[in-house]
Design a protein around this ligand. Structure first.
Ligand code: FAD
Ligand code: SF4
Length: 534
């Protein structure tokens, strides 16, 4: 081909700038399946299946629109391509296909493909991950092929605009960034003022379900696997048999058409109640009123603009509550964009940050859910089953336990990257290292997010079925979340007192007295030595 557009596994949208100006009659597309892409991550079976199935569906869509797509499926090598002459034929797994783990990584497969296809130039939308960016640049340089990297137009805020926003700011705060995004893009604005007169409805959006529980919640859209997905599921069961997670009940959207249905169903059935209950947790209620749209957004099957517009329209035209609509839009126009900007500002150093020098290994039950702590059992159990947990489960259950128990940040981050279907490094690393573990020392957050078992009790029913008692700081049946919380506040008392947002924690500590402090300190030390047994 004259020019070749490289489409990566999380860049599956028709507006991909790699295709801009290319001519389907003379140019072509290259897509490559590789075990673990650039980073070689260990991951949930459903995560692998989502990526492979969405890529194969997108390949078929491009072909239907007249593109020649050179598609290197997991079971294929470039030598096989050459042998079978037509690379655009079936991408199924031949009987004698080499095992996926025997294949070289993404870089070698890209190099092989370029050597075989010899394009005059390679176009590519800038990868979402810094390592992939470096890899693509390196492979092209070695192959002597001109690389035409194009800005990623999926996001509302470009990398350059985010970098400019950080200039001269000592503290990067999501809230300020979000307000600027709203003003600049005219999202939920009435003239110069925020719709409803307020930027933030957080105070209305933090309810627990009380004693009565969540009641009936319309389930999220589920999509019956088609032939392409069934083939991928069989492949994953065969090639990735030892990976965590389950494929039973796999129903994620893997095409744009499915993703649009998932979006419409969320707006119609769950957005209304999303706001008040977005932090609430309940056993047997893995999805709550959440959207489950992160996977489709991260694969680019959905555009953030259309998701935001659909939510705003539901408020303006159908009278859905502003607190819910604003709460949802804040996640996409605020958090998601902010996190992506932070990733590019702070990587690669962010991935290895360890502000508190935490050095304990990740308890093995993070991989099984087999712990007597009911909150961890529920959050990890649904994670392994569905590849999903909502924000507060990730932040305040599995995340804050890892922080206060002093687990090595890198191990925690690798776990998050492995177990969530929506995990991609640009969003996982800042959320885990910065938000959940405060391991960067608070470059873009206002405080470490820690709380005792009392918070879990207020926001969920987990404590009702637990072997531990949330109010107990030490002794028999003491709640490990509570013990580790107080030990954390005790260890970092001076720093927490200096921050107005965490000062109240230290006032609580001061009221406890020396004997109590000595008792929970000793209990925390003992628990820390037998984390695997909790
Ligand atoms: P909803 O609650 O319905 O929110 C709507 C959308 O807002 C999400 O789909 C997502 O695109 C966006 N969003 C919400 N919060 C965030 C956030 N903090 N950062 C970025 N986008 C956000 N999200 C991922 O997509 N991939 C990850 O690997 C990931 N890892 C996380 C790790 C930790 C420790 C934490 C605290 C959060 C992480 N998040 C991650 C963010 C968030 O938890 C998920 O996006 C969300 O739970 C996905 O479920 P949902 O689509 O039902 O979200
Ligand atoms: Fe979790 Fe503690 Fe409640 Fe048990 S008592 S569910 S460990 S917070």
């Amino acid at each position: 081909p004259r020019r070749l557009a490289l489409v990566l596994g999380d860049q599956l949208w028709a507006g991909n700038p790699a295709l801009d100006g290319l001519d389907p009659t003379r140019d072509a597309v290259l897509m490559i399946e590789a075990r673990g892409e650039a980073s070689g991550v260990w991951s949930h079976k459903a995560r692998i299946a989502v990526f492979l199935s969405a890529m194969r569906h997108f390949r078929d869509e491009l072909r239907a629109r007249g593109w020649t797509v050179h598609y290197l499926a997991l079971g294929e090598t470039v030598e096989r391509w050459a042998a079978s002459a037509s690379a655009s034929a079936s991408a199924g797994e031949p009987e004698s296909a080499p095992r996926a783990d025997a294949l070289p990584g993404f870089a070698a497969r890209l190099a092989d493909a370029l050597a075989h296809l010899r394009p005059a130039a390679l176009t590519c939308c800038e990868p979402g991950e810094w390592r992939m960016l470096a890899l693509v640049q390196d492979v092209c340089a070695r192959a002597g092929i001109a690389l035409d990297l194009r800005d990623d137009t999926h996001f509302l805020c470009s990398r350059a605009d985010f970098a400019r926003w950080t200039e001269g700011r000592r503290e990067w705060r999501m809230e300020l960034f979000y307000r600027e995004q709203r003003r600049r893009l005219g999202i939920l604005m009435d003239g110069d003022a925020p719709a409803g007169g307020r930027w933030n409805f957080d105070t209305e959006n933090r309810k627990g379900w009380g004693r009565h529980g969540p009641g009936l919640i319309p389930p999220p859209a589920r999509f019956e696997p088609d032939a392409v997905t069934r083939e991928v599921i069989a492949l994953v069961e065969r090639e990735f048999a030892d990976h965590p997670g389950s494929l039973a009940g796999f129903g994620w959207a893997v095409t744009r058409a499915d993703a649009l249905i998932a979006l419409a169903e969320f707006i119609d059935a769950r957005l209304e109640q999303f706001g008040p209950w977005q932090d609430a947790m309940w056993t047997g209620t893995p999805f709550g009123w959440h959207s489950l749209l992160s996977v489709a957004l991260n694969l680019r099957l959905l555009d953030p603009r259309e998701v935001i517009a659909a939510a705003e329209t539901a408020w303006r035209e159908r009278g859905l509550p502003l607190a819910s609509v604003e709460g949802f839009i804040r996640q996409i126009a605020g958090w998601r964009e902010f996190i992506r900007g932070v990733y590019w500002q702070l990587m690669p150093g962010l991935a290895d940050a360890n502000h508190y020098r935490h050095d304990r290994p990740l308890p093995h039950w993070y991989w099984t859910g087999e712990t007597r702590m009911a909150c961890m059992r529920a959050a990890i159990g649904q994670t392994l089953e569905h590849g999903y947990a909502h924000h507060i489960q990730r932040l305040m259950v599995t995340g804050q336990f890892a922080l206060t128990a002093g687990i090595r940040p890198r191990e925690v981050s690798d776990w998050y990257l492995a177990v969530y279907v929506d995990a991609v490094e640009w969003v996982e690393v800042p959320n885990v290292i910065g938000m959940a573990l405060h391991a960067d020392g608070g470059r873009f957050t206002s405080k470490p997010y820690v709380a005792s078992g009392a918070y879990i009790k207020r926001m969920s029913n987990y404590c009702d079925g637990c072997a531990y008692a949330p109010e107990r700081r030490h002794g028999d049946g003491a709640c490990p979340v509570t013990t580790f919380y107080w030990a954390f506040v005790d260890r970092h008392e001076a720093a927490l007192r200096r921050n107005p947002r965490t000062q109240p924690m230290t006032l609580g500590l001061a009221r406890l007295g020396d004997d109590e402090r000595a008792a929970f300190r000793a209990h925390a030390a003992a628990l820390g030595n037998r984390l695997d047994e909790l």
